[in-house]
Structure formats: structure tokens, C-alpha cells
Design a protein around this ligand. Structure first.
Ligand code: ZN
Length: 60
């Protein structure tokens, strides 16, 4: 199953949307998607599912 020391990052490229497994040591760094070569910034700290993230209004 999921390695606890691995972060799962969803590629922001809508035509790719590949789930990338990156080591937690990559936080705050940029990785490149193997699928579409897009540079993805790995957020520091917790993943995007942070309940403290208040009012993230993204009107898709
Ligand atoms: Zn991608």
C-alpha cells in the first residue's frame, strides 16, 4: 500500500492528471511529471486536504 514517506501529487495538467508518488523530502521543491514533463511544485507541510485551508474558493 501507500508508503507513509511518500506524497501523492496529482498532476495539474488536465490532459495528464497522473498521480505522482514523490518522497516527502521533495517538499518545497519542484518535480517533473513523468507523463507530461510539467513542473509541479510540491507544497511544504501537509497535503492539499488540509482542513485549516480556509475559504479556498476555486470556481472551476
Ligand atoms: Zn503530467
Amino acid at each position: 500500500m501507500a508508503n507513509p514517506e511518500t506524497l501523492r501529487i496529482l498532476c495539474p495538467n488536465l490532459t495528464c492528471r497522473k498521480i505522482l508518488a514523490v518522497p516527502v523530502s521533495a517538499r518545497g521543491k519542484t518535480v517533473r511529471c513523468k507523463g507530461c514533463q510539467t513542473n509541479i511544485r510540491i507544497p511544504e507541510g501537509k497535503p492539499e486536504a488540509d482542513p485549516a485551508a480556509k475559504g479556498k474558493s476555486e470556481a472551476a
